[in-house]
Every structure is written in C-alpha cells, then in structure tokens.
Design a protein around this ligand. Structure first.
Ligand code: IMP
Ligand code: MG
Length: 172
C-alpha cells in the first residue's frame, strides 16, 4: 500500500468515525507500539472531540504470534463512562484485541468500538467484531506505517510485505 492509498483510507475512516459519533466525545485507545503512526494520522481526520490514551499489549515475537498476551504499559486515564475506540495497526489472530476489549470492559466504559487499519482475517483464531477497517490483507508479514519486524521499519510511510530470505547455506 502506497503512502497515498493509506492516507486516502485513513481520511475516509476519520470521516466515518466523525459522522458516527456525531459530536460525542471519544477516547482513542492506541495499542502501542504498532498503532502509533495510524493514530497520529487518524486523530487529525476526526472532527469529534477526542482524547487519547496509550496501552501496550504484546503477544508477538518475530513473525509469529506467540498467543501469550500481556499488558506491558497500562492506561493512564480513567475511562469509565467514556466512548472508547480501540485503534489497532493490524488484527491477526484477534487474541490481542480480544484481550484488550475484555480488559477495557472491566473499567465500565460507555461503549467500546474497534478501528484497525489492516485486517488479516484469514488468520483469525478468535472472532472479533471490527467497526472500522481499512484494508483486508492475506497471510503475509507486513512492515511499515508503524508495523515492525523486530523493531525495524516502523517509520516507512508505505506498507510492504517482508520477504525473509532463506539462509544461503540451506540447500534443502
Ligand atoms: P494478534 O493478537 O495475533 O491479532 O496480533 C496483533 C498484533 O500482532 C498487532 O498489533 C501487530 O503488532 C502484530 N502483527 C500481526 N501481524 C503483523 C504483521 O504482518 N506485521 C507486523 N506486526 C504484525
Ligand atoms: Mg501491535
């Protein structure tokens, strides 16, 4: 996905969110680190009053989801009674966002919705209702626009597939 395709999509998502919430206040919950660039662009296309908070949940090591989900940085705001919109870079197995939804429910928010730029639907292990989605993608490992491979490539303004070269000595 090129920079222009991404920006066009983010603008569309921002417009839809603005219409749907109709001036109601939203708290954007950014799941670090992958979603930080998407959040930075998205928040500038949302016209409803917003505040933001950050949480860090991890389930990922290398290119494979470990299925082991943990909170490594908690929310700072009191989100009870608020309209929460989870902002994700990519939903893969769904384990991370499912965990996050259940965690946020414990804080008694008014509502919880999910916005993800990318949806790797074919890899889902747990069913998750997604309210706003940018692009559906296949079983590929993607980098750029916040998405990393071992912490690299987040700064790219486009999204690309990472092709891991096989070990040159491996002839089998
Ligand atoms: P899930 O719990 O399997 O849905 O994993 C979601 C998280 O895995 C995302 O927030 C990303 O951080 C990471 N992830 C999943 N697929 C990719 C990918 O293709 N590239 C980079 N990170 C990914
Ligand atoms: Mg992530």
């Amino acid at each position: 996905m090129t920079r222009d395709q991404i920006q066009k999509k983010v603008r569309e998502l921002g417009a839809r969110i603005s219409t749907d919430y109709d001036g109601e206040e939203i708290v954007l919950i950014c799941n670090l680190k992958g979603a930080f660039i998407f959040l930075a662009d998205l928040c500038r296309y949302v016209t409803a009053p917003i505040s933001m908070d950050f949480i860090a949940i991890t389930s990922y090591k290398g290119t494979e989801s470990s299925g082991d989900v943990r909170i490594i940085k908690d929310l700072k705001m009191d989100v009870s009674g608020k309209n929460l919109l989870i902002v994700e870079d990519i939903i893969d197995t769904g384990l991370t966002v499912d965990y996050l939804i259940n965690y946020l429910k414990l804080h008694n928010p008014r509502s919880i919705k999910v916005c993800t730029l990318l949806d790797k639907r074919c890899m889902r292990k747990i069913d998750v209702a997604i309210d706003y989605m940018g692009f559906e993608v296949g079983d590929k490992f993607l980098i750029g626009y916040g998405l990393d491979y071992n912490e690299r490539y987040r700064e790219m303004d486009s999204i690309a597939e990472l092709i891991v070269e096989r070990d040159k000595g491996d002839k089998q």
